[in-house]
Write a protein that binds this ligand. Structure first.
Ligand code: ADP
Length: 434
């Protein structure tokens, strides 16, 4: 503002304005009348500008004030500047708010803000998806009436938000959410919800895995312990029972050893990373070795073994492919009753891919078991398999190793007729020697 604008400045202006009136009044010998006329003109002038100001403030859409003179120019300019400043501040605030909203939309979590009395103030898109909130339709409504899950209501009522709450999404039961509420500004709260479904599944898997391994190791240990107790006084043990004990103990220790070996293979496969195109698998050599192993394994069973292999190499990890092939072939030999036929092939199929296939004339597998066969420790018939010494880990090793090679295990089976286990390796993953 102009620094000249002060009481003496106003008085000087007033005096200068009234001076002609005072002069006329003095000359006409009507001083007081002309002073009154001058003052009436001053007051009217002020009323005129006051009227213009009111019109500008309330009716005009123009942001610029009307032109004014004297003290009114200061008033108009002052109001105009204040308005400009508050408009700029409003714009800056809207920008900050927009940025905050954009940032919260980019969050991988659901977020909403509510007041102490429960009124919903704002929510991001993910919150609308997880909790079925509508925005802005639900603005101002109480969250206790929008999210009616009993655990959530109890959590809200308790008012102690130091620990997170886990609950299923009201929109999708299978979605597990972890909710945290944080006090935010004076009487507002920010709720953040994360999707922890996968984390929970992993935790459950780990728990199940530990429980399964412990169970699998405990069974043979109990058998061993029983026999060892019996042998504390070997003189009392009949020879036949002793021979059976030694045979059983041998079987159980072999089984434990196999379990540990397979667990190690599984953990190695799971932790292996890197490009499979870095290594070649010499399939003819691998399949020849497999043929010999299969013939040895088959010595007790006397199945007819039919091999049909093409000389095509692939890219991948040899140790993993050996595990895959051996597991499938040894399963076929073991599960097929003596005298069956087992066909093992590595042959081209449509699209330039190659297929490895093991077909047997064994007992087959009922349809309901098939999707679960590659789960760790899953066995169709626990008793029968424990005699065979199976660990239930073989097909899960196959599944993981094939995933590394961008392939998957295909299982077709008809109970009573036999099973067909196969996987395909795409043309890009085959070694082209030409
Ligand atoms: P295991 O060590 O018990 O053989 P796997 O993971 O290799 O474990 O196999 C899982 C289950 O799948 C086996 O317990 C068996 O019930 C079934 N299975 C696997 N291969 C065959 C097959 N060729 N014929 C019939 N059942 C099979």
């Amino acid at each position: 503002m102009d620094n000249h604008y002060s009481v003496p400045f106003i008085l000087r202006g007033l005096l200068l304005f009234l001076a002609p009136f005072l002069l006329i009044g003095w000359l006409a010998d009507a001083f007081w009348m002309w002073l009154a006329i001058g003052l009436i003109v001053v007051v009217s002038w002020h009323y005129l500008y006051q009227l213009r100001l009111i019109h500008w403030l309330w009716r005009s859409r123009n942001l610029l004030p009307p032109s004014a003179s004297g003290s009114w120019s200061y008033i108009y300019d002052g109001i105009y500047r204040t308005q400009r400043r508050s408009q700029q501040r409003r714009r800056a605030l809207a920008r900050i708010l927009r940025r905050f909203r954009e940032a919260s939309e980019a969050l991988p979590d659901a977020a909403f803000v509510f007041r102490r009395d429960g009124a919903l103030l704002w929510s991001n898109k993910l919150a609308q998806f997880y909790f079925g909130l509508r925005w802005p339709g639900d603005a101002g409504l109480r969250i206790s009436s929008l999210i009616r899950h009993p655990d959530f209501l109890a959590y809200l009522n308790r008012g102690d938000f130091s620990e997170a709450l886990n609950m299923p999404s009201p929109m999708r039961e299978s979605l597990e959410l972890e909710l945290r509420i944080m006090p935010y500004s004076e009487d507002q709260f920010l709720l953040i919800a994360r999707d922890v479904t996968q984390l929970r599944q992993l935790e459950n898997m780990r728990r199940d895995f530990v429980a399964n391994v412990s169970h699998e190791l405990k069974t043979p240990l109990t058998v061993l312990q029983g026999y060892l107790e019996m042998m504390e006084s070997p003189a009392d043990v009949p020879d036949a029972l002793l021979a059976k004990a030694v045979k059983d103990m041998d079987g159980q220790t072999t089984r434990m050893g196999k379990l540990i070996d397979q667990l190690l293979v599984l953990s190695r496969i799971e932790s292996q990373a890197g490009d499979i195109f870095d290594h070649k698998v010499g399939m003819p050599r691998l399949l020849k070795a497999l043929e010999n192993d299969a013939i040895t394994l088959n010595s007790e069973r006397n199945h007819e073994l039919v091999f049909d292999f093409e000389n095509v190499d692939m890219y991948g990890r040899e140790d993993e492919m050996r595990s895959v092939i051996m597991n499938l072939v040894s399963n076929a030999i073991y599960y097929t009753p003596a005298g069956g036929t087992i066909r093992i092939s590595w042959k081209p199929v449509l699209g330039g891919a190659m297929e490895f296939c093991v077909e047997d004339t064994g007992p087959g597998i009922a349809q309901e078991h098939i999707p679960r066969l590659t789960e760790r420790f899953y066995r169709v018939d626990r008793d029968r398999n424990s005699k065979r010494g199976g660990t239930g880990l073989g097909l899960s090793i196959v599944k993981h190793a094939l995933e590394h090679h961008n392939s998957h295990l295909q299982i077709n089976s008809l109970p009573g007729k036999g099973s067909r286990f196969s996987f395909r390796i795409s043309a890009e993953q085959l070694v082209d020697d030409n």
